[in-house]
Design a protein around this ligand. Sequence first.
Ligand code: MG
Length: 368
Amino acid sequence: MKKRRIVILGVSGSIGQSALKVARDIPDRVEIVGMSAHRNASALATAAREFPGARCVRTDEPDGEERLIELATMPGADLVLVAIVGTAGLRPALAAIEAGKDLAVASKEILVMAGEVVLQAAGRTGARILPVDSEHNAIFQCLEGRDLSTVRRLILTCSGGPFRHTPRSEFEAISPERALRHPTWQMGKKITIDSATLFNKALEMIEAHWLFGLPIAQVDVVVHPQSIVHSMVEFVDGSTLAQLSHSDMCFPIHYAVTWPERIPNSLKPLDFAQLGRLDFEAPRRKDFPALDLAVEAGTRGGTLPAVLNAANEVAVDAFLAGEIRFPKIWEIVARAMAECPHVAHPGLDELIAADRAAREHASRKVQE
Ligand code: MG
């Protein structure tokens, strides 16, 4: 099989760096043809020295989005890995799909905000959407080739975050420093706070609903603190398939870039005797209302998922800046969902307008 020629949007982040590790690991299967970074010029320069053939773009300039779109649609690339935090990857991702490139999606915001638009565009151009988020990649592996009508439910696993056992009465006192200490995954700040509020899982529920074309009522969550089972699919006959590996983003990235084949690599497999046990428990939905907000957003659809996502981004920034207390993150998102205008079948421009309106709404609530 020929090499996958890959563009990495967001090479300096943890996903981007894991993608470079995969490229080093299987150099005869992967060629990095393009990379972008936002502010981290030194990470980009380091990567450019290692992969001298790749076109490099810095996006912290006035024409950043245009340059990103050019990179995402460059001739000679066949897979674009979108690993930019937040919504900045949306237009470049759509441009890549329109250009017929396959898309490996690590930025969950893209599917949460514009799942319908993205999936429709992919259906039109034949571009394939390959999930890199570990949970969705796990489900993708379990579903491989199976008819959706045979699926009873998708079961997303969730680490539970650092406050899995913290009483609700202590939530007011949680500091950003404490929330940033995640038990199993090393990630950026935004996603680490999202793991603590369970908004990360909320976004993933909506993402799964779009990616796999199932109603959100069929997307369930179970807490699994060891982060070894990355997600599961329960079928109509009562059997459940799961995907297991160490919690290292190189696994899902490797699968996405080598799919539909399975290729040997140097990643360490599991030693079950050493693991000893795997635990599961129900999420505390009442104390962590993010999951129920996701069900509401996924059920009503339209601009609501975009509102949830945008309000959460603003609330997380405010929490990290010490402007609001931890439980107010949920409150700000719930208020934005209840109070921002709703559009049932938005196009891209309406989604971007809803995103902006929700940010303004949430910023006002931060000040209150
Ligand atoms: Mg995930």
